[in-house]
Design a protein around this ligand. Sequence first.
Ligand code: KIV
Length: 271
Amino acid sequence: MSIHKDIKRVTTHVLQEMKRNGEKISMLTAYDYSMAKIVDEAGTDVILVGDSASNVMAGHETTLPITLDQMIYHASSVIRAIKRSLVVVDLPFGHYQGDSKEALRSSIRIMKEAEAHAVKLEGGKEVLESIQRILTAGIPVMGHLGLTPQSIYKFGTYTVRAKEEEEAKILIEDAKLLQEAGCFALVLEKVPADLAKEVASSIEIPVIGIGAGGGVDGQVLVLHDMLGITQQFSPRFLRRYHNLHQEILKACTHYIKDVKSSDFPNENEQY
Ligand code: KIV
């Protein structure tokens, strides 16, 4: 059910109202104009210009190599396409950790050059100062806890986080700290469903899950994964809504066959 389908623009306040009203929030990634146009037209509440662009757009193994300039390029392409969605842009690795002034400068560049609506960054207590400084400029911040892919070399694996009591306790504390600092929402990635539900009910800001079960306030998926464009990535939480890899492959091989056999172009397809 979509209570807010008719609203002209999704804002951070609308998302918080959705949580209060029990309406689930839909979020998808997009990195380019053409896809963002479709995702926005579908009525997606939030478009995340994720640093997963590093994987699905650039073919890197991790999210670490993507640069701030590249994120701004992706974000400005998305912004030109949208009419309704709130556009949140990931701060890339190395542009906010351990230096809150750098965090503010990077966020201002994203807001000014891409004309984005908000930024997202990974981590809890350790990035609190960065979050606080970004907020002083009036830039909305979305947090990201649980599996934080920019820390993959610390974790060593992409498996479920916070299964042990100690890590779960820290995660709940971090979620509360992010809320107190002024984050308008947070992403919770790959944690046990019961823990995610507990986090969502212990804070007032929306919790948007990925691999975090149904007890949270919304869901996010990487667009290329849910459309079945990517093939190798198959975690349990991923529901594929299409097999676009197969569809595109079919269309391309058909085209090649038509070119080789001189079937394309025909008389109606020339001047
Ligand atoms: O970069 C990204 O796409 C993300 C989502 C997985 C939440 O951070």
